[in-house]
Design a protein around this ligand. Structure first.
Ligand code: SF4
Ligand code: SF4
Length: 311
């Protein structure tokens, strides 16, 4: 535990017991006036006011090759003693302020900097699997009552928690999909439990019934999950979950994933777009938007009534 904590602190994470926060590179760019992340472009969140955090910073039931964290040091079992949602959020907001404080002097737009200290978007992702935190539903409820927007990203390997999540107009549920079938799932996502693939499939069925906003994020890795055969597998999974949006995204060779995969495994934007358009051609999803810098294409379910951008 100490070893991974030190690794994360070296990468400018601030930790609070089982939770952690970090400033996203896009938040920094937004503050410097150098652009905004694709989630601001696609969904209208405020990138400079985003708090990216995890209540489960070193706990996960996968060891994905593309994970930018030192997941070789991750722990499967969540500790018995857990913090309350309010405690986590209040502590991490303070820690985030400390991380941002060094930035203040260099940001020309003082109004924007002042706003950034009070997050209004919460991205529950960053590191680890957030649904392993037993009070994740209460945490989402706590945040959706206070924030403008809340995104929760899950790997789908903890399906029992998903039916408890509530539809809220400012809440978006993400499911990561990185493997088109079981064998590739074992190879790319390296589950620590034998029934990981079955659990993911159960999650797809649950997400299908979820009434709120739902997004699947496909991470494409060159020569690992981007063939026409892989496309067929992904189409089946998308059909099963029937989300409102599908984000088709390039693997990014960052952090600890560099050692596992490396730069040559990153598809370029044109390759990502080509794959996304093939999905669109063979499914009920239409091309909706793109971000070249983030090597991502957004597809939207033709039957979805969701308005892309939050008001
Ligand atoms: S929404 Fe995601 S990409 Fe955008 S600033 Fe927050 S963590 Fe970064
Ligand atoms: S599910 Fe997320 S946190 Fe867990 S290993 Fe995969 S990428 Fe990393």
């Amino acid at each position: 535990m100490e070893k991974i904590r030190k690794e994360l602190e070296k990468k400018h994470y601030k930790l609070f017991n089982h939770s952690g926060v970090q400033i996203c590179e896009w938040t920094k760019k937004s503050l410097r006036g150098e652009g905004v992340c694709y989630k601001e472009k696609f969904y209208g969140i405020n990138c400079h006011r985003c708090m990216q955090f995890s209540p489960s910073v070193v706990f996960c039931n996968l060891r994905c090759l593309f994970c930018w964290c030192p997941n070789e040091l991750f722990i499967n079992k969540f500790p018995e003693k857990i913090d309350e949602p309010e405690e986590i959020v209040k502590n991490l907001i303070e820690q985030r302020k400390k991380l941002l404080s060094g930035f203040g002097g260099s940001v020309k737009n003082k109004k924007k900097f002042k706003e950034s200290l009070e997050p209004n978007h919460f991205a529950i992702s960053l590191s680890g699997e957030p649904t392993l935190y037993k009070k994740i539903v209460e945490l989402v409820d706590y945040l959706t009552e206070r924030a403008r927007t809340v995104f929760l990203v899950t790997n789908g390997i903890n399906p029992d928690i998903l039916p408890k999540l509530k539809k809220k107009k400012n809440f978006q549920l993400y499911l990561s999909l990185s493997a088109p079938e079981k064998e590739k799932f074992e190879k790319i996502c390296r589950p620590t439990e034998k029934d990981g693939w079955d659990k993911l499939n159960k999650s797809l069925e649950i997400v299908n019934k979820f009434k709120g906003r739902r997004v699947f994020r496909l991470t494409l890795i060159k020569d690992l999950n981007d063939s026409d055969e892989d496309l067929k597998g992904f189409l089946k999974l998308i059909e099963k979950g029937n989300p409102d949006f599908v984000e088709v995204k390039s693997y990014m060779s960052l952090g600890y994933s560099k050692k596992r995969l490396g730069d040559e495994k990153m598809p370029d934007f044109e390759e990502v777009k080509k794959f996304a358009l093939k999905i669109s051609k063979k499914s009920n999803y239409k091309y909706e938007d793109e971000s070249k810098d983030s090597r991502i294409v957004l597809l939207k379910n033709k039957d979805s009534k969701i308005i892309n951008r939050f008001e």
